[in-house]
Write a protein that binds this ligand. Sequence first.
Ligand SMILES: *Cc1c(COP(=O)(O)O)cnc(C)c1O
Length: 360
Amino acid sequence: MARVINFSAGPATLPLAVLEQVQAELLDWRGSGMSVMEMSHRDKEFMSIAHEAEQDLREIMNIPAHYKVLFMQGGATAQFSFVPMNLLRGKTSADYVLTGDWGKKAAKEAGRYGKVNIAASSEADRYTYIPDPATWKLDPNAAYVHITPNETIHGVEFHIEPDTGDVPLVADMSSNILSRPIDVTRYGLIYAGAQKNIGPAGLTIVIVREDLIGQAAAGTPGIFDYKQMADNESMLNTPPCFAWYVAGLVFKWIKQQGGLGVIAERNARKAALLYDYLDSQSFYRNPVKKAHRSRMNVPFTLANPELDADFLKGAKAAGLSGLKGHRSVGGMRASLYNAMTLEGVQALVDYMKEFARTRG
Ligand SMILES: *Cc1c(COP(=O)(O)O)cnc(C)c1O
């Protein structure tokens, strides 16, 4: 078996121990005589898997009891609509802070349901920094303030948790959830597609403060209504059972590692290894303001873009996969999610050094 070192932005690398456990349990989940894929979601076996996953997530993220945890489908993109459908609550507008393409897409979708106020944007500088919260033009009557704490394409990340007072803060944490401890109580709602730092695609996690739900706009389909989902323990219809199960194994893996504090230290070391190298030379370049660099997604360009194809070809031969940058930014991108090891990042840096030495 030859596994590559996988830097894909998503779907992305998973902990080997989790994959091995999935493999071991694939045909017969703990004496049930069937695969989790084949179980009724109403049976006690799957119910125990589902509950345990939620309990473990609550424990590792320290989620208070007055927050609901929902296991939904449709990816983060569906949440771009579900958030305004559920959280406008009769108000006319919402604030959006744009620090990358995902936030811009979220704002555009919200515009179909209400008025969108762009409170701040770094688009004019190609999303290379986070606008200082002191400069945000927030509307005190906004239904919520939406941010994207980590912009996966541009590699910019909030290293603060902004204070929006009484206006609920909504965060698309698709690409940095579980990468470090956060204070859940600073947020009204957190959502994340699973396929970056949680598990397989097809599952979306929503963490929402209880008092914000139950006022969905008229015409909101039941399956998109957070309150109905919460009242039915995310089983209003058949949930993405297998993805939920694998996510649960990832939560257990995080606990075994020592929790989010340990994970965060590891992530900081991994990112520093790559950024320190990038800053030490001029063959490769990262365009993001240092204080706002992402620890999860590191875009970089080669001094000569004509070498891109050769770089990727050599990387593949060295067992390094998923490095091609997003088409809107070009160049390369290395995603360093929780399951990426320090040795994996070291292998990338070694390859980059050798490529620069021989081709620079
Ligand atoms: C990947 C990503 C999305 C889109 O996720 P889907 O699950 O494909 O809808 C949205 N926001 C962020 C920050 C992402 O990284």
